[in-house]
Design a protein around this ligand. Structure first.
Ligand SMILES: [Zn+2]
Length: 1031
């Protein structure tokens, strides 16, 4: 066929092809307008609405009312069940027939009592294939149900998607009909779309782009939309183009389907269960049609939900896992926050996750998978390796606001030196669409060009679920090996990482934390969730220690394995990366707090029954006394407050000594220590002393002076005040609950309005305390009790805040007399340093950082530590130590943090290093109060374990998984030193093996045991777990 030559006008040729497939312009005559053929009305459509999420069997029993396209339903969080009765016309024999369904909300189609496919317009799933080629013997009359959740993929935010949900939104049905689908038109549309995108993405510099341009143009010439017989010649041209192959050196893209489903975020946990089902049933359906399709899927909790609620779907998933298409990844219970959970919580994320994957699918995950989490602790590489994983995938650091992270493929090294191979998909997304743009970005943005020739492309709608579509698969299928584009393999994480490992010789290493330069407000937002997490972590620790004490002494004691697993799983669920950070809607906060309440209630009961099981031992008996339990691995001598009866004498406080991991009677040792004195001085200030510290507070509660008596060293900077509350304007650029911006620091206002000046509450003895109140604003106030206990090296600030602010940030400052270019912060099983200066952009962007129970700033010989019992946000700039207390964001929870708060922090000046001063142990003491056990007489103090080295902390004692006669004890080196330590117990050690964090013994590595002593060698920050048989 002769055409006049193409004129040199790139724009008209390109736009001609675009218009030929446009769904907006010229659909009367273009190819897009031919995608659907004849339509046919449904036989009948009716609906039943419910405020609850009910099962299919319950739903079909409801009363259904007739309804029609155009009707609106809801409101938000309701569910509509539609009954769809249809009859396919006989005349459509040989055609592909679809049910076309377009509505607001998230739909799930049910057929023959089973969920069969998601129908969510936002996720580009608007049609269900009734027949690929209608035959006479196929059923023509069919009844289906559509379960429509009245919320979008991203919830129901009012105005902006992250705003608080609009409870009154209505959800409209826009289309429900039978239609003939022209598959050949769809195939050709996809060819065109890919060619047009190649033209656009390769630009004017690339000759391959022009080849695509002329190919597409010639296809338009050949293709008559009204004549399907003309399509094949156009398709051949496209195929010829796509099959022109690359050279051998081309970058290789490992395409994997994915569907990021936040376990709760802008919707509650309960809706996530259905999101999983909608997304995954669609994946399974795609797998049935596309045997090469690979899908990666994380979060054991979500699998557990689907197993419970959709057992039929779950067994299909198990089938495709066995086939190697549906690939569990991550190894954790949920995709947790990477900063805030404790070390032991991180371990349990893997323990519960990996055990689930092994039990249900017969395999452990090989990759840690956390694409959306807000930063990654420098202890994670060691924890991952302990859980059998040495590969890590994320992309979140591409969100950094200031500094561009320099690598996409690299080795990540933790504080102990453990290294894991890490990949950030260079396309900077976990929800690509299989488009040319995704492939080009992946190559272009790869910062390890020449070092790593393989990258991941994760495709599928995400965050609110949705997942991949057939169209995404069709796109990728066309460009598997097409010159000018990276090669595309449908691949698995295992293949990707194996390739990367095989060619890792040139890869760089990044040492330390992966700090996200964004979302730093999440260390503070939703203070009650943070409090719940810290308290429940401590309680479950204590329940396990108490239960192991009971187990060792009382053969009749039944270790609460099942209950503990349930409580741990609730705690782990709340550590999800939009829950513990506080970036969720109010409904999620309510659920989370309910779960913490459940953990507290059941956990306290379990702890008490474990302690009571100790009553018939050689060192305990039933009686009218009170015993005290110390679950930590060092002896403690502390003041216990409250009304306690000792020897028929009512004491308000007592000083008790309790051995490590043990029990003692509540005997008051008050005579043995110097008492606290509290004195009002002539100038109105109050002096508090206990022989270790001498503190002076002014009438506003400022810490004017804090003297370390032993060295006569002042801790507070000259002319400055410690315990200075400060309020900041806190208006981020967009992500309200998430972000605190650098410029908030310029709005600092000290809180100076006194409601009630300092007055003495307890003038001394074992405990001295003063109290005062400050006004933050007309609506908010602080009341504080400043406490100094006998024998205690820190001063405590027990704080109550009534908080009713909008976009304000409350912090407390301690300007200290210490000069150091680095401050130290506790992290999981260790600590790390961050600069106190702002030399470079990498330094100053850390204006708000996270830490766990303590932070410290020290110079040689002296330092100050700031401890807390439920806070995570810190900063140390120059010599000012700041603890972040409360925020007041309004989205996505309009009521975030409003109300009453109680928390405690403490300041501890010390001689020597923080290691020498036992700052770490004191921060534990503040968080793990001694537990009183009523109705018990202790005959003699008793201790189950002792550790010889002050550097080594015995963090965890629990029953081994699935082994009734064995314990797991987990210790870690906390100082950052190489040490030898001996773990001793009164029991003869029958067996002791080193084990990993999944509690699998390393039979080639028996622990060195001598009678009842186990000798251990630690590297800095090393975690050691032992499997012990001692009874
Ligand atoms: Zn997420």
């Amino acid at each position: 066929m002769y055409h006049p030559p193409v004129l040199k006008n790139r724009r008209t040729l390109l736009e001609r092809s675009e218009k030929f497939i446009s769904d907006t312009y010229f659909t009367d005559c273009n190819l897009r307008g031919r995608l659907y053929g004849d339509t046919h009305q449904l036989t009948s459509l009716s609906v039943s609405q419910t405020a609850k999420r009910i099962s299919y069997s319950e739903a079909v029993q409801q009363n259904f009312q007739p309804c029609k396209v155009g009707d609106a339903f809801g409101s938000t969080w309701w569910t509509c069940w539609f009954k769809v009765v249809l009859k396919i016309p006989e005349a459509w024999r040989g055609k592909e027939v679809h049910l076309r369904w377009e509505s607001d909300g998230e739909g799930m189609l049910w057929r023959d009592e089973q969920p069969v496919q998601g129908l969510t317009k936002e996720g580009e799933k608007t049609s269900y294939i009734l027949s690929e080629c209608l035959k006479q013997n196929e059923p023509h009359s069919i009844t289906l149900y559509v379960e429509l959740a009245c919320n979008g993929l991203f919830g129901a935010g009012q105005g902006s998607f992250i705003a608080a949900p609009d409870p009154n939104r209505k959800y409209t049905l826009q289309k429900a009909e039978l239609v003939v689908f022209n598959r050949d038109v769809q195939e050709l549309l996809t060819d065109f779309e890919m060619l047009v995108d190649i033209v656009k993405m390769l630009g004017e510099e690339d000759q391959r782009g022009y080849q695509a341009l002329f190919t597409a143009n010639e296809m338009v010439n050949l293709c008559d939309p009204t004549d399907p017989d003309s399509f094949s010649s156009a398709r051949s041209l496209a195929q010829k183009f796509f099959s022109q192959r690359n050279g051998q050196s081309q970058h290789i893209v490992h395409a994997m389907g994915h569907c990021h489903i936040d376990s709760a975020w802008l919707w509650p946990y309960e809706e996530t269960i259905r999101k999983c089902a909608r997304s995954w049933v669609t994946v399974v359906r795609l797998m049935e049609k596309n045997p090469e399709f690979i899908f990666t899927c994380s979060q054991a909790q979500q699998f557990q939900w689907v197993k419970n609620w959709y057992p039929g779907l779950f067994s299909r998933i198990q089938y495709f896992v066995q086939k190697g298409q549906f690939i569990p990844v991550g190894g954790t219970w949920v995709e947790m926050d990477g900063n805030l959970p404790s070390g032991e919580s991180m371990v349990r994320q893997f323990l519960e996750g990996q055990n689930f994957f092994k039990a249900e699918f017969g395999q452990y995950c090989k990759e840690f998978w956390l694409p959306d989490t807000f930063g990654y602790s420098a202890q994670l590489p060691q924890i991952m390796q302990g859980a059998g994983i040495d590969r890590f995938l994320t992309q979140k650091l591409s969100w950094n606001l200031v500094n561009t992270f320099p690598h996409n493929t690299f080795f990540w090294e933790g504080i102990d030196g453990s290294q894991v191979l890490t990949h950030f998909p260079p396309g900077n997304s976990y929800e690509m669409k299989g488009k040319i743009e995704d492939l080009i970005k992946t190559v272009k943005h790869n910062k390890d060009k020449g070092r790593a020739n393989h990258s991941a492309v994760l495709f599928g709608f995400g965050d609110g679920g949705g997942g991949p579509t057939q169209l995404m698969l069709d796109r990728l299928q066309r460009v598997q090996d097409s010159d000018g584009l990276p090669r595309v393999n449908m691949s698995t994480p295992d293949r990707l990482f194996s390739e990367l490992q095989a060619e890792s010789g040139l890869l760089c290493t990044w040492s330390g934390e992966l700090f996200l330069e964004l979302h730093n407000g999440t260390y503070t937002t939703q203070a009650k969730i943070k409090l719940g997490n810290r308290r429940c972590e401590a309680l479950l620790h204590d329940v396990e220690v108490g239960s192991c004490l009971a187990l060792s002494q009382n053969v009749g004691f039944s270790y609460p394995t099942k209950q503990l697993q349930e409580l741990w799983r609730l705690l782990l669920l709340n550590q999800f990366h939009d829950v513990i950070p506080g970036s969720c809607i109010e409904m999620v906060v309510e659920d989370a707090l309910e779960y913490y309440k459940e953990i507290q209630k059941t956990g306290s009961r379990l702890l008490l029954s474990a302690c009571h099981a100790l009553r018939s031992t050689p060192w305990m008996e039933v009686g009218s006394g009170t015993a005290v339990l110390n679950t930590l691995s060092w002896d403690r001598t502390e003041v216990i407050p409250g009304c306690i009866i000792i020897l028929s004498q009512l004491l308000s406080t007592a000083l008790v000594k309790v051995p490590c991991v043990g029990v003692a009677s509540l005997t008051d040792l008050a005579g043995s220590v110097s008492k606290v004195t509290v004195t009002v001085q002539a100038d109105g200030t109050v002096r508090m002393e206990n022989g270790l510290l001498q503190a002076v507070l002014d009438r506003m509660g400022h810490l004017v002076s804090l003297l370390l008596v032993q060295t006569n060293r002042e801790a507070i900077s000259d002319g400055c005040f410690g315990n200075q509350f400060v309020l900041f304007d806190d208006v981020p650029l967009y992500w309200d609950a998430w972000d605190v911006m650098d410029y908030h620091l310029q709005t600092r206002k000290p809180v100076v309005d006194v409601i009630k000046p300092v007055q003495v509450l307890s003038s001394g003895g074992l405990r001295g305390s003063v109290t005062f109140s400050l006004r933050i604003s007309a609506k908010s106030s602080i009341t504080q009790e400043v406490i100094l206990d006998a024998n205690c090296p820190y001063i405590k600030f027990s704080t109550q805040v009534d908080w009713a602010e909008a976009h304000k940030f409350l912090k407390v400052e301690f300007p200290v007399q210490v000069r150091s270019s680095n401050a130290t912060y506790e992290i999981q099983f260790g600590h790390l340093q961050r600069p106190t200066h702002r030399n470079t952009s990498w330094d100053w962007v850390r204006f708000e950082v996270w830490g766990h129970k303590w932070a410290d700033v020290s110079e040689h010989g002296f330092g100050v530590a700031l401890l807390n019992d439920c806070k995570y946000g810190y900063s140390v700039h120059q010599n000012i130590m700041t603890l972040s207390l409360l925020r007041a964001p309004k989205a996505p929870d309009a009521n975030a943090d409003m109300g009453h708060h109680e928390f405690t922090y403490a300041v501890m000046p010390h001689a020597g290093s923080f290691q020498e001063a036992s700052v770490i142990q004191h921060a534990y003491n503040l968080n793990f109060p001694l537990r009183l056990i009523p109705d018990m007489n202790n005959i003699r103090p008793w201790s189950m374990f002792t550790v010889s080295s002050a550097a080594v902390i015995l963090e965890t004692i629990k029953q081994a998984e699935g082994k009734n006669n064995s314990l797991v004890v987990r210790l870690f080196e906390s100082h950052g030193s190489s040490v030898l330590a001996v773990l001793s117990t009164p029991f003869p050690v029958k067996e002791a093996w080193h084990c990993d964090l999944l509690e699998q013994p390393n039979y080639s590595r028996p622990a060195e045991v001598n009678d009842s002593k186990v000798s251990l060698t630690f590297r800095p920050f090393q975690i050691i777990s032992l499997l012990l048989r001692i009874f």
